[in-house]
Design a protein around this ligand. Structure first.
Ligand code: ZN
Ligand code: ZN
Length: 84
């Protein structure tokens, strides 16, 4: 195939023209859509997972019960009745 910009012969499957640096349009759009769809998706998924884990941990912490009864924990694993 030949570069549409300068006419230099390009390697088959080459993204850039080695002579003038021209970018093939189809490769650019494919690369852009890949970058937009795939790359930020993983950090967002990680953030969602972290938020869910933090919320579960927060709820577990708040919903702890006294080690001697089923009352809500007041301090140091004990409810108000058992904490002295
Ligand atoms: Zn070129
Ligand atoms: Zn208690």
């Amino acid at each position: 195939m030949f570069c549409p910009n300068c006419g230099n012969q390009m390697k088959e499957g080459a993204v850039f023209c080695s002579n003038c640096g021209y970018r093939k349009e189809s490769s650019v759009s494919n690369g852009a859509s890949f970058n937009l769809n795939k790359i930020p998706f993983v950090p967002i998924l990680c953030m969602v997972a972290i938020v869910v884990l933090v919320m579960i941990g927060y709820n577990a912490f708040n919903n702890r019960t006294c080690r001697y009864c089923t009352n809500k924990v007041y301090k140091q694993g004990l409810c108000r009745d058992h904490y002295t």
